[in-house]
Design a protein around this ligand. Structure first.
Ligand SMILES: Cc1ncc(C[n+]2csc(CCOP(=O)(O)OP(=O)(O)O)c2C)c(N)n1
Ligand code: SF4
Length: 300
């Protein structure tokens, strides 16, 4: 399909300017790769709206993704964007942030990328309170590679590598982020588009390690294999099962195939970022001789 058949283009072949997401997307990269009913696009829609509300200079925002269906987000955003290797979005983003502290750096990736192969990086970036905003689209599976078991797959769910039902205990992502030291932790689903947009906007305006989990359907692999219907059916399930509990204890927000889905803003605390701690520490050690790092380089 060529881009001029898309509804994103108006009669003159120009984008419909009334679509508030368009200025934030790279029109030349459309059509995107996502399946019909996939939840990733809804998360991007919310993210573009949050960017529009929270950021005045898009040159000061960079987005970094790993590999996976969600990992394609960086390539579609009209920002400085980096599509890195599998599991390495966080260390790449940390390096970028430390080299250019004036930038807002957002990591956008899937649950497999961030918590399986990339799990150690997540834990240490949260522990250090690296100044990164990490958005995880959790569809409970490895979408891009065919529906293998992920660390988030609920008990009992069938996956290609666990065909008779998952007997492993899944990771609770907000609990892990909280325990590791993240300064901001929230969870929404793609049903909660307004709350999600608000949370993304709030997180864009904050400092420190901010983690937002978004539950989103993968109809092609997770839903079909588990006979859960299509994307719209899953959004209905999110609506019926979700309970908004701002400030909930993250040890109580586990997810299963049934039962409540606890959503909301769970953690919002002040901690010095890694860079602030480093500067404070070396100022104490070296006094006047230490020149704190944190601004734009002279050659810039
Ligand atoms: C080093 C390495 N190992 C494995 C892969 C294969 N691989 C690509 S994406 C992916 C999992 C993606 O799952 P997730 O992060 O949940 O993203 P989704 O596709 O579900 O959005 C895997 C295992 C890879 N690209 N590189
Ligand atoms: S395979 Fe799943 S996660 Fe990937 S684009 Fe399709 S529906 Fe979305």
């Amino acid at each position: 399909m060529s881009t001029d058949t898309l509804d994103t283009l108006g009669p003159e072949g120009l984008p419909h300017m009334d679509n508030p997401s368009l200025p934030y997307l790279r029109g030349e990269r459309i059509p995107h790769i996502w399946c019909p009913g996939c939840g990733i696009g809804t998360t991007v829609n919310c993210f573009t709206r949050a960017l529009g509300e929270a950021v005045s200079d898009l040159d000061k925002v960079a987005i970094v993704s790993g590999i996976g269906c969600t990992g394609r987000v960086a390539g579609y955003m009209n920002l400085d964007s980096f599509h890195t290797t599998h599991g390495r979005a966080i260390p790449f983003a940390a390096g970028l942030k430390l080299a250019r502290p004036e930038m807002k750096v957002v990591v956008y990736s899937g649950d497999g990328d961030l918590f399986a192969i990339g799990g150690n990086h997540f834990v240490h970036a949260a522990r250090r309170n690296m100044d990164l905003m990490v958005v995880c689209v959790n569809n409970f599976t490895y979408g891009m590679t065919g529906g293998q078991l992920a660390p988030t797959t609920p008990e009992g769910a069938s996956q290609t590598t666990m065909p008779f039902g998952n007997f492993e205990k899944p990771m609770s992502l907000p609990f892990l982020a909280d325990a590791a030291g993240a300064s901001f932790v929230a969870r929404w689903t793609v049903f909660h588009v307004r709350q999600l947009t608000r949370t993304l906007r709030e997180a864009l305006g904050k400092q420190g390690f901010r983690f937002i989990e978004i539950l989103a359907p993968c109809p092609t692999l997770f839903l079909r294999r588990n006979r859960l219907g299509d994307g719209v059916d899953m959004v209905r399930v999110y609506k019926e099962r979700s309970k908004i509990r701002d400030g909930a204890d993250t040890k109580d927000v586990d997810l299963g195939m049934d039962g409540d889905i606890i959503v909301g803003k769970f953690v919002d605390r002040e901690r010095p970022t890694w860079l602030q701690s480093m500067n404070a520490h070396y100022q104490q050690v070296f006094g006047e001789r230490y020149r704190p790092w944190g601004g734009v380089r002279e050659q810039d």
